[in-house]
Design a protein around this ligand. Sequence first.
Ligand code: ATP
Ligand code: MG
Length: 664
Amino acid sequence: MSDQSTSSSSTEETLANLLKEDRRFEPPAELAANANVTADAYTRAASDREGFWAEQAERLTWDTRWDRVLDWDNPPFAKWYVGGRLNAAYNCVDRHVEAGRGDKVAIHWVGEPEGETRDLTYADLQREVSKAANALTELGVGTGDRVAIYMPMIPEAIVTMLACARLGAPHTVVFGGFSADALASRIDDCQAKVVVTADGGYRRGTPSALKPAVDEARTKTDKIEKVLVVRRTGQDLGDDGWDDSVDVWWHDAVDGASDQHTPEAFDSEHPLYVMYTSGTTGKPKGILHTTGGYLTGAAYTHHAVFDLKPDTDVYWCTADIGWVTGHSYIVYGPLANGVTQVLYEGTPDSPEPGRWWKIIQDYKVTLFYTAPTAIRSFMKQGHDVPDKYDMSSLRILGSVGEPINPEAYVWYRHVIGGDRTPVVDTWWQTETGAVMISPLPGVTAGKPGSAMTAIPGIEADVVDDEGNPVPNGSGGYLVVTSPWPSMLRTIWGDDKRYADTYWSRFAKQGYYFAGDGAKKDDDGDIWVLGRVDDVMNVSGHRLSTTEIESALVSHPKVAESAVVGASDPDTGQAVVAYVILRNEAGDGGPDIVKELSDHVRTQIGPIAKPRQIMVVPELPKTRSGKIMRRLLRDVAEGRTVGDTQTLADASIMDLISASQATTT
Ligand code: ATP
Ligand code: MG
């Protein structure tokens, strides 16, 4: 038996067994020579943080300047750019038109049905947002009222978000794939009085209805006064599918509204939106973001991390607007910076597996931002599909959402980026509002699997149980050590939960506790190792799920894997691994389990060897593509599977439970 009492408290031991990753990718010389942000920014920001953030806020157009950069007199409640006033929609739209860039394309929209496209210039966007703001006002939306948005990836979704921002009416976007229950509970939580939706959207080639879920949500909450409906698919809403006292068509209310609307300036701390977290670790939290600091953070990071050149770049982020990534890196950051971007409605592989790569080729996309889960699913298909497309326009690739396994990083850089493009592995959260830890593409020599260091202006560290920084080569808890402009202000309606969740763990030091485990390598670079809740304790050794998963993914037959710690009578916890094989590996052969087990043993060490390995067809993921390990832990420990509300496909749990039954 292990001596868990001593070793579980020793975070130094965490990941002494880290993967030996010695590949390095220097920034391309030309990119480095012309980079937006250079190495001196780190020292400049560190020597005068508030001065640095004041400079970044100058990216925005303020109606009234702030008189104090940061008010941290009442932690953990921050105020940024105190006394400043601005309008977020004006900053994302009108000011570009006023600067003579009205004819520039803001959005190249690509519908899922092939050939269905629409381009909106900044001038178009200004007219549409003004009309929508006027229509929402007609429907009774005033400053401070909440509006729920439950829409497919169509331009009207962005128009609605900006119209809300223009009115100072915080939006809450609920992912279009969520159920009526999930929608109703979010509407109830933030008391949204208007819902903007569509009849449906396209998913994998077929129209998928949305409006019926809103109707059902109305039976579960009495908050909804009006429902504004975009006709997208034209599908039949049925006899009971329309209520004249509540439902209004977009083409009736918005199309006829005036395209003139004067934006009002709001306080820098005026609420901009409430976004619920993905729910990977439990019940989603309603994260509140406000205006001036958030928009500054989104605009600055988009400029810095993507080395954005607004005159020449074509940017594409594949996230859904139902996630924070869609908020900060489709809507607020890119539009505040005046880019041209692609917005794609559908699934990556519809109607054919190369759809994404075709879009990159057609629009000559230069900056591309996606998630490890997508990259791994393309790895599973092999490189033949992407190899058919010309993606030589790409110059930077981004990753967000989960740790990117070194093998997935190298595949992404090689197969998609033609070995030219830096990969920026961006660590951040709904709560942080913007990227916190990431390479800078013109500065950093990238290491596959490492998010590297906090970007200029952000101060992060890895600390032990007592809140002391761990030495290089050790692991612990990821913390942010000083407030930042785009930080969450609270959990909607629950200041206490806000203080408890993020600020009580390291209250003495006043650090923000992110809930993720991380390690510093010998150079002091940060590797995010997954959720603190997911760290395993095997015979007193603390093992990270991410490391073992990355070891499995480095085996040529494996596309994806998820690892959990299941209680074990001998070792406290034991490693249980679920793997998805690459297509070309077939069923993996008769010795697949032994092969993979030996592979983990040689890659990490005998302690990490899984007690059990299961080949499965799919993994349980949240709708934002994150693996829900807590459900796999339930299966591995023979419990009833817990809350699956934010799971993308609940039937996957039955498949996995069935595989479990046949292999044990
Ligand atoms: P909940 O908080 O409800 O459990 P969630 O944490 O999945 O949901 P998000 O805010 O969407 O909700 O995700 C943030 C988390 O995603 C981070 O805390 C981290 O665990 C993970 N993450 C995001 N980007 C990266 C990255 N580049 N590397 C490693 N982990 C990442
Ligand atoms: Mg979280």
